[in-house]
Design a protein around this ligand. Sequence first.
Ligand code: NAD
Length: 497
Amino acid sequence: MQTIQHWIDGSYANPDPASRLGEVTNPATGKVSSRVALASSAVVNQAVQAAAAAFPAWRDTSLARRVQILFTFRELLNDRKGELAAIITAEHGKVLDDALGEVSRGLEVVEFACGIPHLLKGGYTENASTKVDVHSLRQPVGPAAIISPFNFPAMVPMWFFPVAIAAGNTVVLKPSEKDPTAANWLAELWKEAGLPDGVFNVVHGDKESVDALLEHPEITSVSFVGSTPIARYVYERGTASGKRVQALGGAKNHMLVLPDADLDLAADAAVNAGYGSAGERCMAISAVVAVESVADELVAKIAERTAKLRVGDGMRGTDMGPLVTAAHRDKVAGYITAGEDAGAELVLDGRTVEPDAEGDGFFLAPTLFDRVTPEMSIYTDEIFGPVLSVVRVPGYDEGLALINENPYGNGTAIFTNDGGAARRFENEVQVGMVGINVPIPVPMAYYSFGGWKNSLFGDSHAHGSEGVHFFTRGKVVTTRWLDPSHGGINLGFPQNA
Ligand code: NAD
């Protein structure tokens, strides 16, 4: 059986018989497909040293050359995105179309990063003081660590590395050990695009490798995406060792449906955003907040659509694939039992499922609960599975209060035809990404992605201008060229004149 290796300094690491190994499974069949080497701190050190050694030459490579490589990478990725999508489906389980969508959203960030010369332009002030000019510039920070979750093995790393590399940094990516192959595929593509060895490295691993990155003195920045407890830990430990850190955490995303909404559109949106990728999206809708007067009708429409979804192997043209592991499937099933025990109305029970798949995959069917109340664990916890909860509220104010009291603040949406209500919601809601009749408001690459509250630690969101800011640091230069009018002694601050 193949063992997936680290990619360090432009090639695969030699197998180490002493290395710890993890198992990679095809979630649709339940079969172990490969093993993955889990890096020790010594292996992480090799990767960081490669990134550190490559940094001086890469930061001094002309913008024109860096951009040529990015354009080549973009072309290769666009031509071969089907290959990457198939890798994602085989290790993550999401259906092939959805995997293609993931790659396309990552590709948008590559395209954004192709514009880096414009994004790095500084400011210039002539004659700020007499014959004194001032200009600003932004320079790369140094070797960057990117630590990513299982649910977007290609897109989440691509939120960060195109911008980091374009800006002149070097990278060590530590992808999820559950679906590691996409990262290696991307590393090979960089090499084909002409990226110098050592600029992009991949180490596979678990907590040991993450801790080694957080402590390594040559790592200057950490971009993390994953669950809230680990995001908080990474933020605290990374900043304690002097690094800049952006740590994106978990979510519980609400969709508020007002009585004047188009209920067919709202029901379509709830189904797509609740069950797409089996609910394993940080922007998935997990709570539909329905104003009581339309709740019965809305629940009926959601149930009718949900019952028709085809569950099975993502390579077979189904609508929804499996959960990522057996343990996760069982945990999500446990929440369904807990919701039932707590008295929520179980409209559709996903624990009985007949998937279109061979073998023993980790399937659940879509589950719908109505009359969920805020103290139930199906409401309080991020389930990260195909379980949609409907919470009924008397009106807008109670719906807004519910969303704002939630400790997470990643994404949210309002469904209404009332522009005034939508405008109020946009202003009042305490969430980082807001959709108006759009259930999954993932910002385009030229805006920045990130939540509020327990969904993000640090103050930099991913990509867009905040991404450029995160991967660079500013310098301001004040210049005076020798001129016979200068000279003389003055120990005070110069007065502007
Ligand atoms: P996770 O927190 O278990 O793992 C994320 C990364 O951290 C992985 O690379 C993993 O190897 C590493 N890790 C795991 N345990 C660790 C530990 N104890 N110490 C150090 N590192 C550790 O998350 P996951 O299950 O892979 O992904 C799902 C989570 O990610 C969900 O909570 C989801 O909401 C969140 N997520 C958030 C966003 C966002 O933009 N906010 C995007 C995608 C996923």
